[in-house]
Every structure is written in structure tokens, then in C-alpha cells.
Design a protein around this ligand. Structure first.
Ligand code: AMP
Length: 508
């Protein structure tokens, strides 16, 4: 898909802009950035990148706090024909060394507090270093202030790279997913129409911008629609509730929804100006979906995507938004469920490996041709690593990561099935089911759960309630009640941490 002569994502986002005075971004300090400002600012920063020696196809790595300048850096990098490489703000210098030496950027942008350490690492790959702090100031913005706003967007073709995003890497080394200009542009275009975005929309943007959700889904969709976003440095439930009076859409991870539900201010009245709540990046519990509908009158629209594929499926804007399901494939995206061993397509309602194909799917892992080859089928489908099924109505359901599958006594146990049973019990907030090494069974099914304060839930009561509802081989061998489940910034439960915590419990 190419709507303009230059397939550069920046041209596709901004060429032919009708009204440069239209609001693009507002911040809580009241500052307002128009589309014209954004384009001019990206021009200044692109000029700085070129002056620092960044060439077409070079990587620009950035570990910066969320700020408008950080978003401009992304736009400027793409505009300059370079490849944007955002890095999670939680990464330590030790971790950054791996990413920087692997990606070999020509420029690294970091927080001033990390400057010395980053300089040492950057020197190993001859990269230059600039700074950007949480308020968007630093050596990069100082240079940009003095630069020319005019910049001729570098021509790029559909398959040229616009970004590399490293996957979270809970198993083995993190891999750099290479995303092209068309991967990003085509997916955002689809989402604008699927979710009915218009220039009247005001998005509450409280997600981080080093991840596909906040960077591409939230920002690109808003900009393509000529809508505006309220750019928040972090998730703040009280503030978000206030902003709902004048916003129209919120994109969030499931923890946004569970935390907002704990706030008594969440009512039908507080959300009456909003037209759409979208959730993704981790499973939204069916209970949370129902509770949200009851409290606000809005059915959350859940969608499914990943770093490598952008967005794959979405619940419908009009039809039923089914709790616990991630909806239908987006236009142009093919989704199938296969036998993980043979790759043979399975019938509806059968659980297997989810595979996807379409203009949204990435170009492979950076400098890992073998790994890339291993994760694509010969007919071009990408093997997502997610287990799931497609139901009779065509809705996709995710049943967990393949690596989270528990094999106990030779039987496959899908954690989601047991988690759903436990989550439905009175007093239980949420649960995570994991496989832990077991001398007799290979892996022992183990449940870890969080309960409401003061709830009368114990290992014995959970096992009693499950008895007769689950086949014997699926029954947890142990149940642990904890205060909270370990989660990463995108709200994903870190089962690898749980597996490590409980790794010795069945040892003889
Ligand atoms: P990431 O690459 O960090 O975006 O993680 C992608 C993974 O998050 C997917 O492969 C899924 O396992 C999970 N994920 C994303 N959206 C959903 C969803 N709506 N429901 C369940 N899992 C999801």
C-alpha cells in the first residue's frame, strides 16, 4: 500500500496536511503542539540527526523518558530515512550494552543521568551520544532549537525499515523486530477506519512510548486521523478520570482498567463523553470486561497484537465485543490456528498455534536470519508463539504463550482454562497457572492467586471448588495466595519469575 509518491511513513502521516494549526498534542502543563509545530520540530531534529552523521538506514537508539521531544525524535528519525530503536526505560547499562552493540546505532540518545555509562558503550560502536531528559530538554533539543525547520523527507520504499523494536525476551536473548514503513503505515490506516477515528477524537495517551502500543498504535493512529492526544507522562487514575470529561478514546493495558475500577469516581457519568475504550498487550479478564460494562455502560474493545506483527485482530466497533476474546482478523490480515508440530491448519474451536500473515507482519529479526526462518512457515505465515483458537463465530481467543503450556504426566494443560475457573471464584481477583518441575509428572500444575482483602480463600478451598470441575490431570498440585502477581510495564504477568520462585516446591 502506498498512498503518496514517497512511502516514508512521515510523508504518509503529514504530506498534504490541510490545517497546520490543528491541535496534535496537549500536555498537562497546558502546552499545546499543533500539527504544524510537530512537522517543524521534526524538521529541526532531522537536521540535527544529519549533522551528527546519521545516514539513511542508520539506527538511532533512544532510551528516554516519555516526552513530546522523545516522540519528535521518533518522527525525525523516520523522516531522515533512519531506523528508530526505542529502548525500555527500565533497562540497565548492562542490558543496554547488548542492544547497542547488537544494533550498532550511529547515534544514541539517553537521559543525562546515564550519559557517562552510555558514552563508554557507544564508543564501542563509534556512536555519537545526545541527551534528552524527562521534560524533553537536553543537548538534542538545544541543538534542534537552533536548526532549520525545513527538511526534505528522505524517500523510502514500502519495505525499507522504519524501526527496530526489541522483544521483551523472557526466553533467551531479546530479538530486534525489524518493522518497515509499510508495516506501520498500513496497520495504522486499518485501525483508523476499524475504530472509526476522526479528527474530532481526543485520545488519552498514558502508555509508554518505547513499546508498539504507545508508540505506533496510539500515536500513529491519532496522527493519521488528524485527531489529538493528551500526552501524559504516566498512568494516573484520578487525572485520567478528570480528563474523560473532554476526551473521546483511551487505549490502555488491562491494569489501567483494573486500577480505574478500584476508583469510586469511575461512573457512567464520568465516562459519558468517551466513545471508546481499547485494551491490549495482555489479556483483559472477562470479569474486568463485564465489571467495566456494568460501571460505565461501555464495552471495552479488546484487540491483539505483538511487537513483530503490529495489530492482528480486534473486536468489532459495532457488533459484539466478546469478553475474553480478541475479535476478528483486521482487514488484509490472515489468521489461522495450526498444529504446532506439523503446521496443519486446525478446525474452528480447536486449540493450536496462532499464525498470521499480512502487510502488518515484520521483516524478520535483526541479524538473526536463522531465527527468522524458523519462525515463518514456507507460505509466509508468522508463527506467533501464542496458543489459541478461532471459535465458530470467527472470534480469536488467546490461551497463553506456547512456552507457558504446562505438560503434566504427558497431558497438555492450558493455563488459561484453569485460570478462568479460579478467577470466577468469589474473593479471587486474578490468578496465574504455571508448570513447575515435578519428579513424577514432569511438570506440576501450580496456581498462584491474588484475593480481595479479607477474602476467605485458601489452598484447600480452591482445590475443593475445582474438584469435579476439572479433569484430574489439570488440577493444581499446589495453590499459593500472594499479594500481587509480578508484572512488566505493559501489564503482562511475568510467569518466568513465578516459575523461578516456585521451582523447588516439588523437589523430593
Ligand atoms: P509484545 O510484543 O510485548 O507486544 O507482546 C505480544 C504478546 O502479548 C502477544 O504475543 C500475546 O501473547 C500478548 N497479548 C497482546 N495482546 C493480547 C490480548 N489482547 N490478549 C492476550 N494476550 C495478548
Amino acid at each position: 500500500m502506498n498512498t503518496t509518491a514517497n512511502a516514508n511513513l512521515f510523508s504518509r502521516l503529514f504530506d498534504g496536511i490541510d490545517d497546520p494549526n490543528r491541535l496534535a498534542i496537549e500536555q498537562i502543563d497546558g502546552s499545546r503542539i499543533t500539527y504544524g509545530d510537530l512537522i517543524a520540530r521534526a524538521g529541526q531534529m532531522a537536521n540535527v540527526l544529519i549533522a551528527r552523521g546519521v545516514k539513511t538506514g542508520d539506527r538511532v537508539a533512544a532510551q528516554t523518558e516519555k516526552s513530546v521531544s522523545a516522540l519528535v525524535l521518533y518522527l525525525a528519525t523516520v523522516r531522515a530515512g533512519a531506523v528508530y530503536l526505542p529502548l525500555n526505560t527500565a533497562y540497565t547499562l548492562n542490558e543496554l550494552e547488548y542492544f547497542i552493540t547488537d544494533a550498532e546505532p550511529s547515534l544514541v540518545v539517553c537521559d543525562p543521568s546515564k550519559l557517562e555509562g552510555i558514552k563508554t558503550i557507544a564508543a564501542k560502536v563509534n556512536a555519537k551520544v545526545e541527551t534528552l531528559d524527562a521534560s524533553g530538554n537536553g543537548s538534542l533539543t538545544e541543538a534542534a532549537d537552533k536548526a532549520n525547520t525545513d527538511f526534505a523527507t528522505v524517500p523510502r520504499s514500502n519495505d525499507d525499515l522504519a524501526a527496530i523494536l526489541y522483544t521483551s525476551g523472557t526466553t533467551g536473548r531479546s530479538k530486534g523486530a525489524m518493522l518497515s514503513h509499510d508495516n506501520l503505515a498500513s496497520n495504522s490506516h486499518s485501525l483508523v477506519s476499524y475504530w472509526r477515528f476522526t479528527n474530532k477524537d481526543v485520545l488519552i495517551h498514558a502508555l509508554p512510548i518505547y513499546h508498539t502500543h504507545g508508540l505506533f498504535v496510539a500515536s500513529n493512529v491519532t496522527l493519521f486521523a488528524r485527531a489529538s492526544m493528551i500526552f501524559l507522562p504516566k498512568f494516573d487514575p484520578d487525572l485520567i478520570l478528570k480528563l474523560m470529561a473532554r476526551a473521546t478514546v483511551m487505549m490502555g493495558v488491562p491494569t489501567f482498567y483494573t486500577r480505574l475500577l478500584q476508583n469510586p469516581g469511575l461512573t457512567k457519568d464520568a465516562t459519558k463523553h468517551m466513545r471508546l475504550f481499547i485494551s491490549g498487550s495482555a489479556p483483559l479478564l472477562a470479569d474486568t470486561h463485564r465489571e467495566w460494562s456494568a460501571r460505565t455502560g461501555h464495552a471495552v474493545l479488546e484487540r491483539y497484537g505483538m511487537t513483530e506483527t503490529n495489530m492482528n485482530t480486534s473486536n468489532p466497533y459495532d457488533g459484539d465485543r466478546v469478553p475474553g476474546a480478541v475479535g476478528h482478523p483486521l482487514p488484509g490480515v490472515s489468521v489461522r490456528v495450526t498444529d504446532p508440530e506439523t503446521g496443519t491448519e486446525l478446525a474452528p474451536e480447536t486449540i493450536g498455534m496462532i499464525e498470521v500473515k499480512g502487510p502488518n507482519v515484520f521483516k524478520g529479526y535483526w541479524r538473526m536470519p536463522d531465527k527468522t526462518k524458523a519462525e515463518f512457515r514456507p507460505d509466509g505465515f508468522f508463527i506467533t508463539g501464542d496458543l489459541g483458537k478461532i471459535d465458530d463465530k470467527g472470534y480469536v481467543h488467546i490461551l497463553g504463550r506456547g512456552k507457558d503450556l504446562v505438560i503434566s504426566g504427558g497431558f497438555n494443560v492450558y493455563p488459561k482454562e484453569i485460570e478462568s475457573e479460579i478467577d470466577a471464584m468469589p474473593g479471587v481477583v486474578e490468578s496465574a497457572v504455571i508448570g513447575v518441575p515435578h519428579t513424577d509428572f514432569g511438570e506440576g500444575v501450580t496456581a498462584v492467586l491474588v484475593c480481595n482483602k479479607g477474602a476467605d480463600v485458601s489452598e484447600a478451598s480452591v482445590l475443593k471448588a475445582l474438584d469435579g470441575r476439572l479433569a484430574k490431570f489439570k488440577m493444581p498440585k499446589r495453590v499459593f495466595v500472594v499479594d500481587e502477581l509480578p508484572r512488566n510495564a505493559m501489564g503482562k504477568v511475568q510467569k518466568n519469575i513465578l516459575r523461578d520462585t516456585y521451582k523447588d516446591i516439588y523437589k523430593a
